[in-house]
Design a protein around this ligand. Structure first.
Ligand code: CMP
Length: 224
């Protein structure tokens, strides 16, 4: 069994034998950087788990502007909303880097939901977790300033994609400046200004599609 599977909530509640059986009903799919897995508005009949790489979920506003809802990494699940609440996909999924996902079709998932309450529980927990995050983001959009939201986004990306270095936390987020701005919900200029300010204070170092965080404590305080 893939070493990563044990870290995935959907599998973690299952013993090895059941996890392997569930894994075998799932279909792996590789995606080149920039490739769309599905588009917002399409009908959806399967959920996905990221095995490798990064997938971004985007949502287009009526006037064509895009917001970046989330960047997903190994172990993250997505695409379940249109299974539980049949309807069109609520977001577009695009590979930010070369990626590999596992797909689980609706008909293959049903027997697991009916026969193994721990699988249903793991999915409910993932949904509840996402709703908490969404509420927090909505509240930040109303009450927090742009630098505060940038600091929070960097910390979230750090928790997900960061690796410790001798000097700090290296976060290979693989996002362009435009995508970072879409994630924070502000203009590129305002987000760049906040990043440059953090860099001039010595809290972070900026690189292309990467940031190194030196002072996580100050950044966390700014995110509050
Ligand atoms: P689905 O609507 O099937 O396809 C798009 C997926 O994006 C959706 O299921 C969720 O898994 C995910 N998604 C939608 N909205 C959000 C959000 N605000 N935050 C994180 N993930 C989301």
């Amino acid at each position: 069994m893939d070493a990563n599977l044990h870290r995935i909530p959907l599998f973690s509640a299952l013993d090895d034998e059941a996890a392997l059986a569930l894994r075998q009903t799932m279909v792996p799919q590789t995606l080149k950087k920039g490739k769309h897995l599905f588009q917002e508005g399409e009908p959806g009949d399967r959920l996905y788990i990221v095995l490798e790489g990064k997938i971004k979920l985007t949502h287009a506003s009526g006037d064509g502007r895009e917001s970046l809802l989330m960047v997903l990494g190994p172990g993250d699940m997505f695409g379940e909303l249109s299974l539980f609440d049949p309807g069109p996909r609520t977001a577009t999924a695009v590979a930010v880097t070369d990626s590999e996902v596992l797909g689980l079709g609706n008909t293959d998932l049903r027997p697991w939901l009916n026969g193994r309450p721990e699988v249903a529980q793991a999915l409910l927990q993932a949904l509840a977790h996402r709703l908490r995050r969404t509420n927090e983001i909505m509240s930040d959009l109303v009450f927090a300033d742009v630098p505060g939201r940038v600091a929070k986004a960097l910390i979230e990306l750090g928790e997900k994609f960061g690796s410790r270095s001798a000097t700090g936390l290296v976060v290979n987020h693989d996002l362009t400046q435009e995508e970072l701005a879409q994630l924070v919900g502000a203009s590129r200029e305002t987000v760049n200004k906040a990043l440059a300010d953090f860099a001039s204070r010595g809290w972070i170092r900026l690189e292309t599609r990467c940031v190194e965080i030196f002072d996580i404590e100050r950044l966390s305080r700014r995110a509050k």
